[in-house]
Design a protein around this ligand. Sequence first.
Ligand SMILES: [Zn+2]
Length: 373
Amino acid sequence: MNSQRTDYLLPLEGTSITALPKISLHDHLDGGLRPSTILEIASEIGLETPAGDPESLQAWFDESCDSGDLVDYLKTFDLTIAVMQTPDHLARIAREFVQDLGADGVIYGEIRWAPEQHLTKGLSLDEVVEAVQSGLEAGVEDVRATGQNIRVGQLVSAMRHLDRGLEIAELAVRHRDRGVVGFDIAGPENGFPPSNLKAAFDYLAREYMPRTVHAGEAAGLASIESALFDGRAMRLGHGVRIAEDITLEREDEESSFVALGPIAQWVKDREIALETSPSSNLQTGTIAQWGDEMIDHPFDLLYQLGFNVTVNTDNRLMSNTTLSRELAVLAETFGYDLADLEVFQLNAAAAAFLSIEDREDLTTQILQGFGRS
Ligand SMILES: [Zn+2]
């Protein structure tokens, strides 16, 4: 195994966040490659890369993704997806992905990706899902061989601007007993509401297949509403812009009160998990209306108001991050302690697309890892 472990410590307690058991619900396979692997596969297939060594390539990702230009950000996926077009390459990348989650102390990960983007060499949708599954299973074995426990599941995403939603939904259901735990839609949110994929979501509901929907990231409340109504979303991918439905009113110096609109009230009361990804949300302009620094992120407002917040990485390569680092950044910014971080993990355990027994098992592991039992 070649994954490196970086320890992130809680500012107050000095606890290693990396060593704590964690759950990763929003983690893109094509956004979590190792730079060294990209270079090796690119040289094998004769693909030109913007840099020749892993450090320079990571710097290119950092620069492209920090530019504030969504087009530059998305362009980086052309490179990662280009090296993920054969069964061997898909399996290798999936395997390393799980090794890296294990090195970061993740005990359960849901790994999302869009099979329809990996067919340029003539593979079928079923073949690419099977290739990724074989890699994930090998990665799980590798992590377990180190004495650590990990479990993973695939979320298959349909690209919202393309017309294969129902086909991808059927693919998800076909593989539900062989590694796929749920369905997602990804790609451009603006102008491509979940209602466009109504047939897919109706089918998934009839099949009792869990659904999460990217919403409230690049678009606002109307997109979240369509995710809830048309997508019957059980979780929201980011969902950060639900904060647009929250009004803070200051009465005087001493007191202020908060008013929730109907969508925010529903998301809160029904405990619909928000898959927030702090660094990514900053890079893609999701929180632009509130500011451009972590302290401006509505994460803390949502948490304090009792929303079901979870913490995620979105794209570890593009944001040069890990789940432990995202938690460390939040702890540093908002003064969170071990008990807060535990809440985020318990929220994620409860929101995982697993059976109630398996979710309770994750909860037990988290309580033990955080020293509660
Ligand atoms: Zn995402």
